[in-house]
Design a protein around this ligand. Structure first.
Ligand SMILES: O=C(O)CNC(=O)[C@H](CS)NC(=O)CCC(=O)C(=O)O
Length: 279
């Protein structure tokens, strides 16, 4: 714990072929380990991005039965690297829906944390893409408290969650030093909002923000923005990937937890909870 460590964000283009997606993730793990990273962050829905809601539901497996998740666990253990990944999980009984989950796999290959996306992405953009995530997914009901990892205290969120500052502020209050947003952003909303929102989340929480993203054309009706990014607690962009897919790629940055401490000390953000409620 503590000191300086290297982290990697991995960018990939998942399809409905889970085997193909695991192969991409394996390339990313190898690259991250070679770069000396202690943790690799993979995008939302890294296990698969399908053609339709029906296919998304039909492909879902429990983590015990997912060959993708099993494969990631084996890689984590083999390369002694922690992995955060966005995946799909079966929903609660009778919900008829599935979960949009972010898991933390320890460097021993064990799934030690699981977070279910709180905010679902429903959008109907004029002349743009439409999304009805809530038709297929059930929403999470709780904030996962930050937990210790070899790179610091991590808080897990997912993609569209990044539009809601309340949650990372709560995670910061609970001690988080790093906030992870595995994502699969649309191109138009990515162009308009991706970088500015993520930098704002880093600046206002005085935490590292790590957002691994899906990129490129997944199928005939799905393209994502890419631009996986690592941002410092001061808001600097430490590493960023492209918006086009040329094979699985990583970007790395040094996490220096003394910087988190230093910035919080130099610029104390004392909230006026006497005037407005603590969220
Ligand atoms: O569908 C899956 O299998 C995985 N889930 C996603 O890709 C989700 C829901 S469609 N994407 C987002 O939340 C993008 C948010 C976004 O683009 C924004 O906030 O502007």
């Amino acid at each position: 714990m503590g000191g300086q460590t290297i982290v990697a964000v991995g960018q990939m283009c998942s399809t409905s072929e889970m085997k193909h997606n695991l192969a991409q993730a394996q390339v990313l793990v190898k690259k991250a380990a070679a770069a000396g990273a202690k943790a690799l962050f993979l995008p939302e829905a890294s296990d698969y991005i399908s053609h339709s809601p029906e296919e998304t539901i039909s492909l879902v497996r429990s983590v015990q039965e997912s060959t993708y998740v099993q494969g990631l666990q084996a890689e984590a253990k083999k390369f002694n690297i922690a992995i955060n990944a966005g995946i799909h999980e079966p929903g609660d009984e009778n919900s008829g829906k599935i979960k949009n989950t972010s898991i933390w796999i320890s460097e021993n290959g064990e799934i030690i944390q699981r977070y279910q996306k709180l905010h679902l992405f429903d959008m109907d953009l004029k002349n743009g893409p439409r999304a009805r995530e809530s038709d297929t997914f059930e929403e999470g009901m709780s904030i996962l408290p930050p937990f210790h990892t070899p790179v610091g205290l991590v808080g897990l969120l997912v993609c569209f969650d990044l539009r809601f500052p309340e949650v990372p502020l709560s995670l910061k209050r609970q001690g988080a030093q790093i906030i992870a947003y595995p994502s699969a952003f649309t191109v138009p909303t990515g162009k308009a909002h991706w970088e500015i929102l993520l930098r704002a989340r880093a600046i206002e929480t005085q935490s590292y923000v790590i957002a691994a993203a899906q990129v490129g054309q997944h199928n005939e009706n799905r393209t994502t923005y890419g631009h996986s990014i690592i941002i410092s607690p001061w808001g600097d962009i430490l590493a960023e990937l492209e918006g086009t897919f040329n094979g699985p790629e990583i970007a790395t940055a040094v996490i220096d937890l003394s910087l988190v401490k230093g910035i919080r000390k130099q610029v104390p953000l004392r909230r006026r909870t006497d005037v407005y409620p603590e969220l």
